[in-house]
Write a protein that binds this ligand. Sequence first.
Ligand SMILES: [Zn+2]
Length: 275
Amino acid sequence: MKICIVTDMEGLAGVSDWEQCYATDDQDPRYAHGLTQLAADTNATVAGCFDGGASEVVVWDGHGRNGQKAFTRVALDPRASLQRLQHALPIRLHGLDESTAGVVMVGQHAMAGTIGGFLDHTQCPKEICRFLINGEEHGEMSQFALHAGAYGVPLLHVSGDEALCTEAQRLFPWVASTPTKRGLGWETCELYPVDDVRARIQREVAQAIGRRSVAQPWQLATPIEITVEFGWSAFADKLAAIPGVRRLHARTVSWKISDPRFIYNWPSADWHPAA
Ligand SMILES: [Zn+2]
């Protein structure tokens, strides 16, 4: 049984500061601390997968700032295989296919515009106000659920702040969640005891895999309409110039995708969405 895990950093147990996720200097001790937390939460999740009966576990380093190099600096459980996200049309998560039993998210954050969400955002922090799928607000958890759903694979478990867990319960009631902390403001939070959180992640990931028969792959009829409201019109200018992109407002653009796996692709000179 294969389980695939995508990691992020904002929702990790032990991460309480923007610089722990985004410091631009690789040697910044705050960023090094963030990477240590990433390894600890990820390895607790990997252990939970094997406890739950997995025979193969794939991990992708999903936090953009890491450039997919986090696990060259901190050690991933050697039982897991590290794979790459490939920027293709559509974006490819090597290892994810119809043979996968379920997917799991580590260190995830709530969607842009969530009250009480710690470092909440969708794709680009501080640039995107709202991301909508068929007119309904969604975030990165939904994007991953939709991408995996294209292969018939359900999202089973997420860990992140309380706001992320609430988002999971509201949108995907079959997805189990483990809270790591409580957001107090956009960049302030109250951490929960990290060792307790990681023990709970390991236990609850295993339980979620055991209950996977109740989980549903998230599948929508195509075409699927994507709408993005930016914080500033200039961000919309570029996308609005691509054929197939409609401009709904100075700051808002919309397009349609005929394959859910394109949820991660942005309209560009290389790829025009369906007209
Ligand atoms: Zn991130």
